[in-house]
Design a protein around this ligand. Sequence first.
Ligand SMILES: C[S@@+](CC[C@H](N)C(=O)[O-])C[C@H]1O[C@@H](n2cnc3c(N)ncnc32)[C@H](O)[C@@H]1O
Length: 316
Amino acid sequence: MKWTELKITTASEAVEAISALMVEMGASGVAIEDALDVQNYVEDAYGELLDKENLNHVKEGAIVKAYFPETIFLPEILPAIKERIAKLPEYGLAIGENKIEMSEVAESDWATAWKKYYHPVNISRYLTIVPNWEEYEAKSADEKIIKLDPGMAFGTGTHPTTMVSLHALEIVLRGGETVLDVGTGSGVLSIASKHFGAKEVHAYDLDEVAVAAAQENMDMNPVAADVKVSANDLLKGIDIQADVIVANILADIILRLIPDAWNLVKPGGKFIVSGIIEDKKAEVLAALTAIGFEVTEVLQQADWFGIILTKPLEGE
Ligand SMILES: C[S@@+](CC[C@H](N)C(=O)[O-])C[C@H]1O[C@@H](n2cnc3c(N)ncnc32)[C@H](O)[C@@H]1O
């Protein structure tokens, strides 16, 4: 089958908004090349995040490539796409060069091309993410392994915002908790939560592609077989009291989530937010503390921040 590729040269901070727009406009898949991913490359004692040898990567800004099936006539929707992208600066997102190019490609070129860049990632001493197509043996009995095929969903584990979320989960989870994972993407944070001892985990995503990918990843990881994955807009309509709520989403979406998170997290429970850039940190912190959350810890990886918050116990 032939596909149309829409290649958008943009700035790193607009990547998620443009990817979400592409999916909304009917793209079946989105591939991202972000210069920040390479700049923020972390090589640690435990292993390799990215295969630099093989890497022919964008050096500045970012490129979002979206793939539309033949059934969508792109020239018809292109003006609307251009208009929506041109408006992103009004929401505080730079769009860099904003060059938009269209071409035809064969499916096999895009659906699997990115896989060659990803290898096992040692997130911490106790947690390793292994792409489903790679062989890997745990180096110690304590090492927990997450098998992952993100497919077209966000969440290979290598993005700094995911790593910050994983570290925060490792800090707060002690065992026996109920966790809500908002914007689960590939499901990586839910699987990690189960490894860290969570008893009950509910994973939500607005994007049906992510919901399907997350479910497949739960099925691939026996520890997460009982995670309940469903399509949902943030925590709207959810009535589950949680010990921990985790959300790795853009700051503007986190702002919308705060009231429901406050209502659903138990007193003494934690709210972990990630995906926040420096420019948005003060605004998000102000909204979180205004409702009553207390800041427990601020984590940072590269240009991205994550915050662990506590809902005070009643009477405190
Ligand atoms: C940055 S990705 C995080 C994926 C994964 N949790 C991780 O940490 O790697 C954000 C996810 O939030 C989802 N999302 C965006 N808006 C949402 C909404 N209103 N409700 C639920 N999910 C949403 C996106 O589809 C995407 O999968």
